[in-house]
Ligand binder design. Structure first.
Ligand code: SF4
Ligand code: SF4
Length: 225
């Protein structure tokens, strides 16, 4: 990348600290420019536009070669995969076929669409690769946690990269308190999973917030209708 950008005046390769979450839009903008995107605003409001590598390649293919987005690189990995790989596959390809290609072990217990922090568990591999499919994680152990009451330790608050209060957000979502959800900053949550990862009470914080976000969006859409 450094060699490729060496002769280009307005391009620079910048190393970022290895930490999670680093790749999310807001975190990338802060890390590179020092600018924070205010709540409810878009990156362009602070003069930034973030594209991941796959999007940049897709734009290049569309503009220079007139090829629409018909394939993407999908990572197939996890301890349940015999031959982990990054594969360029057509959208619509069956995930079951990709798993067959890479070989899965007999004791597979869980299939996640996405990575370990943000991936969504699937009950079947009979699903297609979509434009947004980035990875498939195959695990041989599916640990089920018993969730307990919030002990107000503040760990989730201390670690939330969006400076939210995940404990409170999860509680108002759990109680289906739509007035409180609508008045909250729940849509600022990027579902990074950090709060759930650090929570000693193993509260399903992200699950609750995701539910609250979808309820709020549905409520807003209904109100507009
Ligand atoms: S998932 Fe949790 S840690 Fe991540 S942005 Fe949302 S509330 Fe914050
Ligand atoms: S980390 Fe878990 S237990 Fe601690 S305040 Fe947050 S939700 Fe409550």
């Amino acid at each position: 990348m450094r060699e490729a950008s060496a002769g280009i005046d307005n391009a620079e390769v910048i190393d970022l600290e290895t930490k999670y979450p680093q790749g999310q839009e807001h975190q990338v903008i802060v890390a590179i420019t020092g600018r924070e995107v205010p709540s409810g605003s878009l990156p362009m409001d602070v003069g930034a536009c973030v594209h991941n590598v796959a999007t940049a390649v897709a734009v290049s293919e569309a503009v220079r070669r007139k090829i629409p987005l018909i394939e993407r690189v999908v990572t197939i990995t996890g301890d349940g995969v015999r031959r982990p790989a990054n594969l360029a596959v057509r959208t619509g390809t069956s995930i079951a076929e990709l798993l067959e290609h890479c070989g899965v072990k007999d004791n597979v217990a869980k299939l996640l669409l996405g990575g370990p922090m943000m991936g969504v568990a699937q009950y079947t591999s009979d699903i297609p690769v979509l434009k947004a499919t980035s990875g498939i994680l195959v695990m041989t152990e599916a640990t089920l946690y018993e969730s307990e009451m919030c002990i107000r330790c503040g760990e989730c608050v201390a670690h939330c990269p969006m400076r939210l209060v995940p404990s409170r957000l999860s509680i108002i979502c759990e109680s289906r308190d739509m007035d409180a959800i609508a008045a909250s900053d729940i849509l600022d949550c990027k579902l990074c999973g950090t709060c759930a990862y650090v929570c000693p009470a193993r509260r399903p914080i992200v699950h609750q917030i995701k539910f609250g976000q979808s309820e709020l969006r549905a409520m807003t859409a209904n109100a507009k209708k």
